[in-house]
Write a protein that binds this ligand. Structure first.
Ligand code: FES
Length: 101
């Protein structure tokens, strides 16, 4: 178990996983979802290095070619990897903290 973020009070942030990869933590309503920060199109980060990839509530975007992903499932809704998905990261929320499951 590792604490990825001390709080659930954000819309979208990046966190470092125990293996060194980055995870996208994103909220939809009261639920937090986590995905590896790796676009299924080319395997690169979704963000430009600023840690942000939330296009609008519920939608993540890849900065390279604009693929759109559902923030609750990670499924690619449009773009060059449509039908593919971000890799989910198992997490749990304990006392408002986000931990690896
Ligand atoms: S690398 Fe993400 S859409 Fe192409």
């Amino acid at each position: 178990m590792a604490v990825l973020h001390p709080s659930t009070s954000f819309d979208q942030v990046m966190a470092t996983l125990p293996d060194g990869d980055q995870a996208i933590l994103v909220r939809t309503g009261e639920t937090v979802h986590a995905f590896r920060n790796r676009c299924p199109h080319l395997g690169i980060n979704l963000d430009w290095g600023d840690g942000r990839c939330l296009k609008e509530p519920g939608i993540l975007v890849c900065s390279m070619h604009g693929a759109l992903f559902a923030a609750d499932s990670g499924r690619c809704l449009a773009g060059p990897c449509a039908g593919d998905a971000l890799e989910p990261v198992p997490i749990r929320v304990v006392d408002g903290r986000i931990e690896t499951a």
